[in-house]
Design a protein around this ligand. Structure first.
Ligand SMILES: [Zn+2]
Length: 189
C-alpha cells in the first residue's frame, strides 16, 4: 500500500512539473507577441489618433527613434540619408506611419537636416511653442501620434516661406516608383 501511495505521489509531481513548464512556454510566446506591437499602431492609412504610454512606446520603437520621437532629441546634423536625397516619393512618420511630407516640397536648405516647405495636409502636423535652450521656436509634432519631428522656421522658400527642419531618423520614405519612371521617361524624350 505504501509503495502505491509513493508511486502516485511521484506521478502527481511529474504531471505538475509538466504543466508548470508548459505554462512558462506560454508566457514566452506572449512576450514575442508584444514585440509585434509596432504593426498594431503603425499604419499609413489609419488616421485615428495613437495614444500610448511612454513604456509602450519604448517597447515598439528602436532606441534611435524613441530618443527623437518621445524624448524630443535631435540627430547630429548632416547625418541623415534623407538630407540631400531628391528621390520622388512620400515621407511618413517612423513611429506611426502618418503621411507627413511629399518629396516635391523638399528642398536643400543646407542646415543639416531634411527640409520641407509644406506638410501633406493640415492634420499631418501639430504646432507647439518651444522656448527651450533659450530660443523661441515652434516645435512640429506628428498629427497622429505626437512624435517630436523637429521645428518650423520662417526662412523657407516660396510659396509658403516656411522651413520644416525635420530629424531624418523619425522619417520613413517610400519611393513613388511609377511617378519616378514617368519622370525619367519624360527626361529621355
Ligand atoms: Zn506619428
Amino acid at each position: 500500500m505504501k509503495t502505491i501511495l509513493s508511486l502516485t505521489f511521484v506521478l502527481l509531481v511529474t504531471i505538475f512539473t509538466g504543466c508548470y513548464s508548459q505554462s512558462t512556454k506560454k508566457e514566452n510566446k506572449m512576450d514575442s507577441t508584444n514585440n509585434n506591437e509596432k504593426s498594431k499602431v503603425y499604419s499609413r492609412t489609419d488616421t485615428s489618433k495613437v495614444v500610448m504610454s511612454e513604456d509602450e512606446w519604448k517597447k515598439v520603437l528602436s532606441p534611435e527613434v524613441y530618443y527623437i520621437a518621445r524624448q524630443k532629441g535631435t540627430e547630429r546634423p548632416f547625418t541623415s540619408k534623407y538630407e540631400t536625397s531628391n528621390e520622388v516619393g512620400t515621407y511618413y512618420c517612423a513611429a506611426c506611419g502618418n503621411p507627413l511630407f511629399k518629396s516635391d516640397t523638399k528642398f536643400e536648405s543646407g542646415c543639416g537636416w531634411p527640409s520641407f516647405y509644406e506638410p501633406i495636409s493640415k492634420s499631418s502636423i501639430i504646432y507647439t511653442p518651444d522656448n527651450s535652450h533659450g530660443m523661441t521656436r515652434t516645435e512640429v509634432q506628428c498629427g497622429r501620434c505626437k512624435a517630436h519631428l523637429g521645428h518650423v522656421f520662417e526662412d523657407g522658400p516660396p510659396p509658403t516661406g516656411l522651413r520644416y527642419c525635420i530629424n531624418g531618423v523619425v522619417l520613413d520614405f517610400e519611393k513613388a516608383k511609377e511617378a519616378e519612371k514617368g519622370y525619367n521617361e519624360k527626361k529621355q524624350q
